[in-house]
Design a protein around this ligand. Sequence first.
Ligand SMILES: Nc1ncnc2c1ncn2[C@@H]1O[C@H](COP(=O)(O)OP(=O)(O)OP(=O)(O)O)[C@@H](O)[C@H]1O
Length: 422
Amino acid sequence: MLEGRTIALVEDDEIMGGSLEQRLRLEGARVVWFKGYQRALGGLRTPHRPFDAVICDIRLGDGSGEDLFLKLAETTVPPPFLFMTGQASADQAVRLLRSGAADYLTKPFDMGQLLERLSLLIAPGFEGDGPEFGPSKPARQIDEMIVRLAQAEGPVLILGESGTGKRAAAERLHARSERSAAPFISVDLSRIAGDQHAARLFDQGGAMEQAGQGIVLLERLGEASDAVQAQLLTSIWEAGRDGMRLVATEDNNAHEKLRPDLYFHLSPLTLTIPPLRERPEDALWMMTRMFDGMNRRRDKPLKGISTQAEAIALRHDWRGNGREIRARLAQAMALAQGDMIMPADLFPDMAATSETAFATLAEARDQAERVQIQRALDQCAGSMMAAAKLLGVGRTTLWEKMQKLGIARPDEDVRKPEQGRQ
Ligand SMILES: Nc1ncnc2c1ncn2[C@@H]1O[C@H](COP(=O)(O)OP(=O)(O)OP(=O)(O)O)[C@@H](O)[C@H]1O
C-alpha cells in the first residue's frame, strides 16, 4: 500500500515510534525516523530524498510538532503532515489545519485508521513523479508554475543562468500538457550558424513543421538575428491556438537580447529559475538524485556521498548550476578511490585549499549561521529588526553576529552598491 513511498516519522517515544516504523515498513514504505524536533528540522529541511508525507507527534521532548511544521513552512513547502495529538482541543485542531497541515489523528488510534488517513493524504494530488527542482520553497513554486503553464496556452519564456534546468523545465511542461502526445522539437540556436537559423526553423521539414501541434523549444533565442526573430513572431501568430506552442529559453538579460515586440509577446508567461547558490538545499538534493541515477548504472555501486563532501557542496556556489553538479559527480564517480565520494573526489580543483579541509564544528556552525542570517535578511528585505525577530534573537545579538561573520549591513549595500555582492 505504501510501496515506494518515503515517510518521515517524528516521534520521541521509543515504543510508539518503534511500532509505527515497523508497520509502515511492512506496508512497503521507506521510513526515516527522527527522534526529536531538532533532528527533524535538519532532516526535513535538506532531505536526501523528498518525503511523501510526515507523521509527526505534537509533543516532542525538545519542541513541538506544530512549531516544526511552521518553521519548515518559512523556507520550504513541507510535505503533507499528519499530526498525532493527545486530546486535541477544537482550537488546536483548527489551528493545525489552518496552518497548512494535511490532517491529524487523536490518540489513541489504531494502525488501520492511521494507514487510511495516510493513504488519503498521499494519493490525490501528491502522487506523481515528485519534485523536479528540489525541496526549497522557490523550487516547489517552480514545479507548481510548470503545471500551471502546461495547462495554459500561449508561448512561454524560461529564464535563468546556464545549467539551472531551463530545458528540463520545458520537457516537463511538455510532458504535463495536453500536447504530450505531439512532438517536442528542440533547437539550440547557439549551436547552429546564424545563417542557418531561418532554414532550420521555417523551411519545409524545419522545426515548426516537425512540431505540428507539439512544442518547439528554442534554446538561447537571443542568438537569433533581428530578421529571424521577426519571422518567428509572425509564425507564432499564424500557428494560433491549433498550431505549435513555442517555448524559448534565455539568460536573465532576455529583455536586452530580444526584439521588444517579440519579448513583449513572450513575457506574459515567464518562468524564472533562480540559481542554485540561492537555494543550497536544492543543490544537495539534486546531487543525491543524480548520484542515485548514475550509481545504478555502475557495475560496482558506491556506498554514497560522504557527509564531509555534502557539507562542502552545501556551501559551494555552483556557478554552473546543475551542469556543474553533473560534471563534478561524473568525475568523482569515475575517479573515487574508496567506496564513498570524498571532498577531494568532488572538488579536486580545491584540494590544496582550505575549502576541502575538514570543517571544524565551529566553522560548520559559522557557515550555517551565515547562510541563515543572509536568508533572513533577504526575506525581510534587509530590515535587521525583522530579521532578528525571524531568527529569534535580539537586534544587538544579530548585529554582533554579522560583524563576527563578516556580513555587510544591508543599508551599507544599498548606499554603496558597487561594494556589494560580486
Ligand atoms: N531541475 C533539474 N532536474 C534535473 N536535472 C537538472 C535540473 N537542473 C539542471 N539539471 C541538469 O543540469 C544540466 C543542465 O540542465 P538543462 O540543460 O536543463 O539546463 P539549462 O538551464 O537549459 O542550461 P543551458 O542554459 O546551459 O543550456 C543537465 O545535465 C541536467 O541534467
